[in-house]
Ligand binder design. Structure first.
Ligand code: FAD
Length: 389
């Protein structure tokens, strides 16, 4: 059987892999994507105004701009804007910052997972990228100057570089023997969408309530999406739509009045994943394959887009030479390590701080929020940090 040759093969066509493929292809590189789930499986009912995906992302302004440049940003009518963010502690602590603090038009854009993925894939389907889907890799062989992949149907692909974008349980990571430190948070992220009685005013709201963290994120009109990081997700999943709506509204002190459930709750277990390395011979990891973070800052996919942008910059500049060269991969890891670690440690520290029940920690965290709220430069820095700058 003939072997197909590429500069880069990307395993996994999720948000990170698909957008990276598009970006590298626009730089003139010869790219292939291997993805088990074909786009037909992702057929959406986007025209149905009642069907809203409960899995949403708060995309930072820088990443939104990048996706816009790729022509992969969805149409505005299903996108929520965050102009301000209010965070409340568990004992009177409160901080509020807005787009002005971060010197931006908006702090973040709230977009549905399905809608964004659909939009990126629409561009992929008309691009130069070779799409192997539905497809799975059965064998991966690395040689000093190339990587060889055999698919389950027997087809063979060869590339200078393999990028593993195959998510938190990465097959690539396992195959190449990169060990990962995995810390379960003992919580799940429960997501659902609601119609609210009052206008949300484009404000994202977050509460640290006891042993859980609740976020309300504004969708268009009077809709919100929630991410409730909760130790006992079943106690929420088992509720009827009416009771769940009331529980969520009450947990936020009815700040937006009464709620009606639009999309039933789903739960995703939360884990901190820290692989020892993001690179190995002829292979790099990106997106959740390379790192996960607690969703309390909504930065998981933003970090992944950050990886993709760095790879676009480095590999785009290396076009015409060996894009799998070790020094280039080292540069990628060095460039991303700090940003990833800072976000992982920052979210982890916040999670720990708000889950310690000692009276002093309660005082520290709530006083800290109030103090930060009154110190302009610190607050501005926090606002920029919160949106992924
Ligand atoms: C509850 C919750 C809320 C979140 N909220 C936010 C938020 O507000 N903002 C934010 O930035 N992030 C958020 N995140 C994180 C975000 O979901 C992830 O960071 C993001 O989906 C990672 O994208 P990815 O493309 O790296 O991986 P995935 O989205 O996991 O995509 C992996 C792809 O690889 C494919 N694949 C899997 N195995 C193989 C294989 N063997 N071969 C080939 N392909 C394979 C899969 O089919 C899939 O298409 C949240 C996460 C959770 C759990």
């Amino acid at each position: 059987m003939n072997t197909a040759h590429y500069d880069v093969v990307i395993l996994g066509g999720g948000l990170v892999g698909a957008s990276l493929a598009l970006a590298l292809s626009r730089k003139g590189l010869h790219i292939a994507v291997i993805e088990p789930h074909p786009p037909s499986e992702r057929q959406t009912t986007l025209d149905d105004d009642n069907e809203w995906d409960a899995r949403i992302y708060a995309i930072s302004p820088a990443n939104r701009q990048w996706l816009e440049q790729l022509g992969a940003w969805p149409q505005e009518h299903r996108i929520g804007n965050v102009h301000a963010m209010q965070v409340k502690g568990d004992h009177g602590g409160e901080i509020m910052f807005d787009a002005h603090d971060a010197k931006q038009k908006r702090l973040a854009s709230i977009v549905e997972n399905r809608w964004l993925l659909h939009s990126i894939w629409q561009q992929l389907l008309v691009s130069e990228v070779s799409l192997y889907t539905p497809a799975q890799v059965s064998a991966l062989v690395r040689e000093p100057d190339r990587v060889l992949l055999t698919l389950q149907d027997g087809s063979q692909l060869e590339a200078a570089l393999l990028v593993g974008c195959d998510g938190a349980n990465s097959w690539v990571r396992e195959q190449i023997g990169i060990k990962a430190k995995i810390k379960p948070y003992g919580q799940s992220g429960v997501v659902a969408n609601f119609h609210c009685q009052y206008l949300h005013g484009d404000i994202a709201r977050q509460w640290f309530v006891g042993d859980s963290i609740l976020a309300w994120l504004p969708l268009p009109q009077q809709r919100i999406s929630i991410v409730w990081s909760h130790p006992n997700p079943d106690t929420l999943l088992s509720l009827s739509a009416e009771v769940l709506a009331e529980k969520v509204a009450a947990a936020g002190q009815h700040a937006l009045g009464h709620f009606t459930t639009l999309t039933p709750a789903q739960a995703f277990p939360l884990r901190l994943i820290q692989p020892e390395h993001m690179i190995s011979q002829r292979v790099v990891l990106a997106g959740d394959a390379a790192h996960t973070v607690h969703p309390l800052a909504g930065q998981g996919v933003n970090l992944g887009f950050g990886d993709a942008r760095e790879l676009e910059r480095l590999l785009g500049n290396a076009k015409g030479s060996d894009v799998g060269e070790w020094l280039l991969l080292r540069r990628y890891e060095r460039a991303r390590r700090e940003a990833v670690l800072a976000m992982q440690l920052g979210c982890d520290a916040l999670h720990q701080l708000f889950h310690t029940q000692l009276p002093l920690s309660r005082w520290v965290r709530n006083t800290g929020l109030n103090l930060t709220n009154h110190i302009g430069p610190v607050k501005r820095q926090l606002a920029r940090y919160a949106i992924g700058f």
